[in-house]
Design a binder for this molecule. Structure first.
Ligand code: NAP
Length: 266
């Protein structure tokens, strides 16, 4: 594998810290700079938890790409900044690997066009945990046989977007094989707004936010006399890093946008 120069946006965050560790632990990954909107001009080693990492910190992503050489941007920030960072990276010929969630269909269409125009790869994955990707694939498989399904996603209470990108992606994958269907009783009424959750083509999505949780999802199928539950739990953020590593390696070989790790896992 050839050497890959990497910039990480959001290195102080919980995912960003794991990504820094991943880059350090991988021989052919090299961290050339980090982007942190609250700090400028210092070194990563100035922050708590990064001893000896004399990597430049830029507050502005444009300046970062002007000064530091990079092949790949790993973005682990917030929905508000993720899109801007991704577009900026592509404009500098840098391939984005985006874990930040909350991208809309409109965002993805726009990025797909930019990737095509520039001939650059970009991977956006709402969930980098390989087990979560298998959960989505198995759910898609089950939806051929079970027409009624509800998704319950459970995350820590600092998560900004709801429903989670993984839940939306799961619903999209199920909808590819399932006829849109209004579930529950046709005359059902919510006595408290939101009781039946969000509605994606008839699939109900329920978002739980509690301290103590990391990232969990349960896909429940029901049919006369039986239910099937497919569940995945991430117990820490290290669970996402094998997927990030695979995405960084893969993004160097592609020239389009790929949305979802399931599209790079055989
Ligand atoms: P977090 O701990 O809140 O980290 C986000 C970090 O980004 C914070 O340090 C924040 O700084 C920083 N930040 C915000 N705006 C920035 C900007 N413009 N430039 C640089 N840094 C910026 O959140 P997390 O749990 O690490 O999650 C990060 C993102 O990844 C979220 O969108 C989350 O939903 C997503 N996520 C994805 C996966 C996956 O598998 N794809 C898994 C878990 C989480 P301040 O706190 O100082 O504002």
């Amino acid at each position: 594998m050839r050497d890959i120069r990497i910039v990480i946006a959001g290195p102080r965050g919980r995912m960003g810290r794991e990504a820094v560790k991943l880059v350090q632990q991988t021989d052919y990954f090299h961290l050339t700079a980090v982007v942190d909107y609250k700090n400028d001009g210092g070194l990563l080693s100035d922050f708590e938890g990064f001893p000896g990492l004399d990597i430049p910190v830029y507050s502005k992503i444009e300046e970062c790409f002007q000064k530091a050489k990079a092949d790949v941007l790993i973005d682990l920030t917030t929905p508000e900044f993720g899109m801007k960072h991704t577009i900026t990276a592509l404009s500098y010929g840098v391939r984005p690997v985006v874990g930040t969630t909350g991208f809309t269909k409109g965002n993805l269409d726009e990025l797909e066009d930019i990737c095509k125009e520039k001939g650059l790869g970009c991977i956006i994955a709402p969930n980098f945990a390989i087990g979560a990707v298998l959960m989505m694939k198995f759910s898609q498989m089950a939806s051929k046989y079970f027409n009624d399904v509800e998704i319950i996603e459970l995350h820590h209470d600092e998560k900004l977007d709801a429903p989670s990108g993984t839940a939306v992606k799961t619903a999209e994958m199920i909808s590819e094989l399932r006829e849109a269907k209004q579930q529950g009783h046709p005359n059902e009424k919510e006595t408290i707004a939101g009781a039946r959750g969000a509605d994606y083509e008839g699939i109900r999505i329920h978002s739980v936010r509690l301290p103590g949780l990391i990232a969990h999802q349960q896909v429940m199928f029901g049919e006369t006399g039986q239910t099937l539950t497919i569940r995945h739990d991430s117990y820490n953020r290290a669970s996402f890093m094998s997927g990030v590593k695979l995405a960084v390696e893969t993004v160097m070989k592609i020239d389009t946008l790929i949305y979802g790790l399931e599209n790079i896992i055989e």
